[in-house]
Design a protein around this ligand. Structure first.
Ligand code: IPD
Length: 263
């Protein structure tokens, strides 16, 4: 795919941060880890990866705004564009030596994500998409799965950690969904969950209590691969709702029906 200069910049930044993270991952037991809250960790690896990405992106496009998991928000002169970055999505996996984590970088324009890159550096899988140009993994065009029957479908989710208020609703979702589908996975990286929906590995994914940086890049991947995205609560904006549903073209209605049932 012939992506824009912005997409190429995002890919360059993701690869550079990915190389730094792979180096730290090899010696993960030596990393100093601190807890931002119960079950919410950060290390030098996350901070260094965000520094690398910020230097690349803001160096090249100083006028764009910024939202990063580790450094927060910063306005730019151009109020219509901002980078949304999770330098290390799947931090808990990373710190436990589990090779399932990714760099996630999105570009938002006038409130819509227009380009996204998710780099699984441990497996060398680079997922990327740009509005109107499709979604890819390395050189392969991505399509969501074609599965139509819920009973054959596999879904992914995130189970809220640290006693978050969304835990009871998530447990209720699981109780309702698991008997009627082929299985639910919880791999610990929302960015990769979304990339896997785009790649047709999962038929759908939902999560309650999730941040914009965890999902921004994945949203455009799913849409450009032919899938659907929305908030768990009907009529809400995805980022503002802090929740997401992303599926192939067939599973959106049946999954939302289950998740939107009253308690
Ligand atoms: C977390 C992961 C996890 C999801 C959490 C996120 P982090 O991101 O994506 O899968 O369930 O909601 O916070 O903290 O590893 O960047």
């Amino acid at each position: 795919m012939q992506g824009s200069a912005n997409l190429n910049l995002m890919i360059k930044a993701a690869r550079k941060a990915g190389r730094s993270l792979v180096k730290d991952f090899r010696e993960v037991e030596n990393l100093q880890v601190s807890a931002k809250g119960p079950g919410d960790f950060v290390s030098r690896a996350d901070r260094e990866a965000e520094r690398i990405i910020k230097d690349e992106l803001r160096g090249a496009r100083p006028s764009y705004g910024w939202l990063g998991e580790e450094t927060g928000e910063a306005d730019g002169e151009d109020p219509t564009r901002r980078w949304i970055v999770d330098p290390l999505d799947g931090t808990t996996n990373f710190l436990h030596g589990l090779p399932h984590w990714a760099v996630s970088i999105a570009l938002e324009h006038k409130g819509e994500v227009v380009a996204g890159v998710i780099f699984d550096a441990a497996k060398d899988e680079l997922f990327y998409a740009e509005k109107g140009l499709g979604a890819y993994m390395n050189d392969t065009r991505l399509r969501v799965s074609g599965r139509r029957n819920m009973i054959e479908a596999i879904f992914a989710t995130g189970v809220p950690f640290g006693g978050r208020s969304t835990l009871p609703a998530t447990l209720q979702d699981l109780a309702r969904l698991m008997p009627v589908c082929a299985g639910v996975r919880r791999f610990g990286s929302a960015a990769l969950d979304l990339a896997y929906v785009a790649a047709g590995r999962y038929d759908g994914y939902w999560e309650r209590g999730i941040n914009a940086w965890d999902m921004a890049a994945g949203l455009i991947l799913v849409k450009e691969a032919g899938g659907f995205v929305g908030a768990v609560r009907e009529g809400r904006e995805i980022f503002e709702s802090g929740s997401v549903i992303a599926t192939n073209a067939e599973m959106f209605d049946p999954l939302t029906k289950i998740l939107r049932q009253p308690a």
